[in-house]
Design a protein around this ligand. Structure first.
Ligand SMILES: [Zn+2]
Length: 427
């Protein structure tokens, strides 16, 4: 579909007409405008949650939305809602959106794309004179990244009541600034917006996001229909041996914690070996004590991040981690602690069907795929039918200034979103 082609034909059904009004150039322009806020060298952005930059981005977005005649509301954790009304204003709205905060060294598309694609859809509906039964709202979730205030996805967790706001207020950033204070400043910067309660009834939620992985690009596909978010189990392993002099202690008398840790990791690599390359197994941090070149290591701590889209595999392989660690040691003690366990989330099959039907209508090839990363949709899926649309990003690079998605791919995802929203808002 050519961008800028504006005539609607009589034979068009209203949803395809609305998709035609999704304007590739306008959508791209808004990304570039947003990318100026918190711009860092290499085309990246540093727009962490509840900073001056986050506030500036919120104001820019609110300005665009109000300029188009949409109303703005906010809840007590600063989640922002942009509303296009429906014929039945009291009906639970269909929500779409994502986040505007970034990692300290983030890209121009992660999160913000889901927000701007939503706004683009609302504007296209206006231009197409589309009338929906339900209201449609674009939501901006506060602090998805968690880089400044941990954990991430705070806005969507608090909205869906999987975490209490009071339990977030005392969290401090690296400079000692409290979440409560940064939030108060952000709320004060946008006075007069309508107040919303948490967890108000929502008919459905769709989040559009760059894939942050290489699959769509490598297969030459414009649309990913996200089936769910893979499950995660995180562990901390501690290997305890004995420190000794590197020059004088014969190897057979040593209890070398680092050598044993290597044996454990090697055994775990064998356990996690997966010809289909679906298992995600990472040892990302290692601490060696005393960490001296001339001493045998007395103690080694390391982390395991294990993820899989299938609950049964997550359970079975995950349960083998501790016994595998124990079998691999010969002279040291090992302790394995599981610190996080979340089963995979499966998005609602009805939402998957709606997204797939939209892609088909637009002749955009799509595949079903799980998400490797967490998203706000994970939490929304607990309170309403939810789903996600992925678009390709170059080489799968994300959380990096080099992150890039093409104007064509961004527009294609926004068109699929527009059709899916219209469908859901008239159900
Ligand atoms: Zn994101």
């Amino acid at each position: 579909m050519e961008a800028g082609v504006r005539e609607t034909r009589r034979s068009d059904d209203p949803s395809t007409a609305a998709a035609r009004f999704v304007d590739r150039g306008r959508l791209w322009q808004r990304h570039m405008e947003m990318a100026k806020i918190g711009a860092i060298p290499g085309d990246g952005v540093n727009r962490q949650a509840l900073t001056r930059e986050d506030i500036a981005a919120r104001k820019l977005l609110i300005g665009w939305a109000e300029g188009l005649g949409f109303s703005i509301a906010m809840d007590a954790i600063g989640n922002l809602f942009i509303r296009r009304n429906g014929r039945n204003p009291d009906a639970p709205p269909v929500l779409t959106g994502s986040h505007m905060d970034s990692q300290p060294s983030g890209g121009r598309f992660d999160g913000i794309y889901g927000v701007l694609a939503g706004l683009e859809a609302l504007e296209a509906f206006d231009e197409a004179d589309a009338v929906t039964e339900r209201p449609i709202e674009v939501v901006v979730w506060t602090n998805e990244e968690g880089g400044r205030f941990s954990p991430g996805a705070m806005g969507s967790m608090v909205f869906t009541e999987s975490r209490r706001l009071e339990d977030c207020l005392g969290i401090a950033d690296a400079q000692g600034v409290l979440f409560a204070d940064a939030l108060a400043e952000t709320l004060a910067a946008t006075p007069g917006t309508e107040k919303r309660p948490f967890n108000f009834p929502v008919a459905a939620y769709i989040e559009t996001h760059i894939e942050q992985g290489p699959k769509l690009e490598s297969e030459g596909l414009p649309i990913g229909v996200v089936t769910g978010i893979q499950g995660s189990r995180w562990f901390e392993v501690e290997v305890v041996g004995e420190s000794a002099h590197a020059g004088t202690t014969p190897l057979r008398f040593r209890r070398d914690a680092l050598q044993e840790a290597l044996a454990i990791i090697s055994a775990l690599n064998d356990l996690m070996n997966d010809p289909s390359d679906t298992v995600r197994f990472t040892v990302g941090r290692m601490e060696v004590i005393p960490n001296s070149p001339n001493s045998v290591a007395e103690r080694v701590r390391f982390t395991i991040d294990f993820r899989h889209p299938e609950g049964s595999v997550l359970s079975d392989l995950g349960n083998k981690i501790e016994p595998t660690c124990r079998r691999a040691v010969t002279c040291c003690e090992v302790e394995v602690r599981e610190v996080f366990h979340r089963q995979p989330c499966c998005f609602d099959p009805r939402i998957l069907g709606v997204i797939e039907a939209a892609a088909t209508k637009l002749s955009l090839p799509a595949i079903r795929m799980p998400s490797g990363a967490f998203h706000d949709a994970l939490f929304m899926n607990e309170v309403c039918p939810a789903g996600m649309i992925f678009v390709p990003c170059e080489k799968g690079i994300s959380h990096n200034p080099a992150e890039y998605a093409s104007p064509d791919d961004l527009a294609a995802g926004a068109r699929v979103l527009a059709l899916a929203l219209l469908d859901l808002a008239n159900k």
